[in-house]
Structure formats: C-alpha cells, structure tokens
Design a protein around this ligand. Structure first.
Ligand SMILES: Nc1ncnc2c1ncn2[C@@H]1O[C@H](COP(=O)(O)OP(=O)(O)OP(=O)(O)O)[C@@H](O)[C@H]1O
Ligand SMILES: [Mg+2]
Length: 269
C-alpha cells in the first residue's frame, strides 16, 4: 500500500480531566477522501484542530500525528505555521465568520497566498486570484474581485473560502461541516465542486459531518465516531451495505434514502 499522507495513531485529547478524544487512529492516502461522521460533541472538530495544532493551550494531546511521515505534534510553532494554510488547509461551516467583512474578497484571497509567498508582483498576484476564483466557479471574477463578502451568497462565500484554502496548493484539505449552513441545493453544488477540485488538485481530504448521507456522497472511506472514539471504519460502500456497529446502524436508519417512506418519521440515532 502507498504510504499515507496523514497518519494519526493513538491520538487522545483532554480538557482538564475530561478526555474528549480517546486513542483515535486513522490514515488518509494521497488523493483519498476520508469522511468522519458522528454526533455533536463526539470529538470531530477537536481531532481536526489537533491536526492543525489549533487547539487551545489548555488541551492535552498525546499520540502521533504525521504528515508525509513527519511528526506535526513535535514541530516548532514556526514550522507548523508554514504548514497551516499551505500543505494543510481548512474550510469551516460558517463562511461569513471566516471572512473579514470589511476587506474585499480578492484582497483576502491574495493575502492567503502572500502569507506563504511574500514578494509576488501585483499583476501576477491578481492573475492568480482570478484564476482561483475561476477554479471554484465564482461568477464573473474580474467584476467581483473588489466586492465585499456580504455582496455574495452563502454558497459563493464558501467558494471564496475554498479558493483561499486551495491557493497555496495544499496536499490535505480539512473540511469541517463545510455544507451544513447551506441549503440543500447549494450544498449539492459545493459537494460537486469539492469532488472536482479533489481530482484536479490531487487533494487528500478529511471531510467532517454529522450527516452520513452527505459524507457518503464524497468519501472513499468513512470513520464513525462516538464519544471520542472511532467505533467503525470502512470503505463507504461496505459501511453502507454491511454496517457492524450499532451506532453506525442507527445513523444509517436515520438517514433518508431514495427508498425512505416520506410519510413516516425518521428513526432517531
Ligand atoms: N476549548 C475547549 N475547552 C473545553 N472543552 C472543549 C473545547 N473544545 C471542545 N471541547 C469539548 O470537546 C468535546 C468534543 O467537541 P468537538 O467540537 O470536537 O465536537 P464535534 O464532534 O465537532 O461536534 P459538532 O458536531 O457539534 O461540531 C465536546 O464535549 C466539547 O464540549
Ligand atoms: Mg464540530
């Protein structure tokens, strides 16, 4: 097997005496998308923040997190900063809060780039921003580059954040509930975009959601989390056809499918 891009072994995270992630292990191969599902509070975001070393100093972290065979947990902060937004980037649930409301979107995308590549000429920077605005299918980039975040729709704002996340050509994209705040049609468009760019940019992706139906549309494999532990991990296909853990079964039972009877209430996990 190809060596993994991301390798997490025995990761535990505690806040005070409370352990919120317990001995979690997972790998993501180059170009692979791993879905991480689980109920609210199961430790999904804590895990993703640990990868980026963005947890507050009060968090106690043990175990191993490696990117391309290099340990991230032991890196000096200065080197970690070089990885963040460059080899690993992240998109979040709420695109408005991640954008600066008083800064033009083109300037924000440019800043994501210059943070890691200082000294780019203005013309080439502008062209790069336009190119990435086109890559994420933002309409009419030349005209919109100097607009402010509030002048875009929710789905377009998420596209802006995806452009910012991609502009340094990361190897790994962490997407934490990237479509949860969007309505169903827009959600489908963003999923479609993520699938596209994953291929064109040869990205590995950690796709986090509480919604198994959403995850199954994009993930090659799925890890199911409950109370800080991965209770089951399998290819998406196998997880759906042959779920082993009762919690996975309850998630499947509560997910609407093409065959769900719309007149009956869904089961609660
Ligand atoms: N900074 C923090 N200080 C103390 N506890 C925290 C902190 N961050 C997270 N926790 C706790 O860790 C647990 C896991 O939180 P986490 O945000 O990872 O859940 P999640 O699976 O992402 O949930 P959701 O689906 O709601 O986003 C929760 O019980 C949460 O209260
Ligand atoms: Mg979360």
């Amino acid at each position: 097997m190809e060596s993994p891009l991301l390798n997490i072994e025995d990761l535990s995270i505690s806040f005070g005496t409370r352990e919120v992630v317990h001995r979690l292990s997972l790998t993501i191969a180059p170009g692979e998308t791993l879905g991480l599902v689980g109920e609210s509070g199961s430790g999904k975001s804590a895990t993703s923040l640990a990868i980026l070393r963005l947890l507050p100093a009060s968090a106690r972290i043990t175990g191993k997190i490696e990117l391309n065979g290099h340990s991230l947990l032991t890196l000096p902060e200065e080197s970690m900063r070089k990885h963040r937004g460059s080899s690993i980037s992240m998109i979040f649930q709420e695109p408005m809060t991640a954008l600066n409301p008083v800064m033009k979107v083109g300037a924000q995308i440019a800043e994501a780039y210059t943070a890691h590549h200082p000294g780019e000429t203005r013309i080439s920077l502008r062209n790069k921003v336009l190119q990435f605005m086109r890559d994420v299918a933002l309409p009419d980039p030349e005209r919109r580059i100097d607009d402010y975040p509030h002048q875009f729709s929710g789905g377009q704002r998420q596209r802006i954040l995806i452009a910012m996340a991609l502009i340094n050509r990361p190897r790994l994209l962490i997407a934490d509930e990237p479509t949860t705040a969007l309505d169903v049609t827009v959600q489908a468009q963003i999923l479609h975009l993520l699938k596209d760019i994953r291929r064109t940019h040869n990205l590995s992706m950690l796709f986090i959601s509480h919604d198994l139906a959403v995850v199954s549309q994009i993930a090659d494999r799925v890890a199911v989390m409950q109370h800080g532990k991965i209770v089951e991990q399998n290819t998406t296909q196998a997880l759906f056809t042959n779920p082993q853990h009762p919690y996975t079964r309850s998630l499947l039972a509560s997910a609407p499918t093409m065959h769900t009877d719309p007149t009956r209430p869904l089961a609660c996990p």
